[in-house]
Design a protein. Structure first.
Length: 186
């Protein structure tokens, strides 16, 4: 049993709790309505998704196709992988420019210039390698977005099963479907 010396404090506490309930109740019902609406619209959105659009979105912004296909984890992975390759391409391109400036400052025919020339060529090859890896990654990410959209409803329904308890109307009739008839004669 709670004993309060001041009934005014108790009245204010009750008023505060009732105001909280009145203010919170519409917010809760609005959020429930929003969730119900989103759940109702999800199948419609899945039906109207285009695999071609998912593939077209991927080169524009890596991972966008996965976000469109409702696979956000793989969208983040795709974005991170492409940013890794693009970052390395930029870094190697800067190294090419840096080594080219150092090479051009040296005398023609010196061993140091030959070393700098080899470094320029090495960094150019790395830029080309990272470009190929980035293009391959974009291809894989695009195909993943395509498959994710095309197979979004793959496991949603019950798989078809044969009706093994079916009674055949005519003796010897196979009915619908596939039948196997074995005949042995000796």
């Amino acid at each position: 049993m709670i004993h309060l010396r001041r009934p005014m404090v108790f009245a204010l506490l009750l008023l505060w709790v009732s105001v909280e309930e009145v203010v919170a109740a519409p917010a809760v019902t609005d959020s429930l309505r929003r969730v119900e609406r989103e759940e109702a619209l999800a199948p419609l959105r899945a039906e109207h998704r285009s695999a071609r659009a998912a593939v077209a979105m991927t080169p524009l912004f890596p991972g966008w196709g996965q976000l469109y296909a409702d696979t956000p984890f793989w969208g983040v992975v795709a974005f991170a992988a492409e940013m890794y390759y693009l970052g390395n391409i930029l870094m190697e391109f800067r190294r090419v420019e840096r080594e080219r400036v150092r090479r051009d400052a040296l005398e023609e025919g010196s061993p140091e210039r030959a070393l700098r020339d080899m470094l320029v060529n090495e960094h150019k090859e790395r830029v080309r390698d990272y470009l190929w890896w980035s293009a391959g990654g974009l291809l894989i990410v695009s195909l993943d977005a395509f498959v994710s959209v095309e197979l979004a409803e793959f496991d949603s329904g019950d798989p078809p099963t044969p009706d093994l308890d079916r009674e055949w109307s005519e003796p010897g009739s196979a009915g619908e479907g596939v039948a196997l008839r074995l005949h042995f004669s000796f």
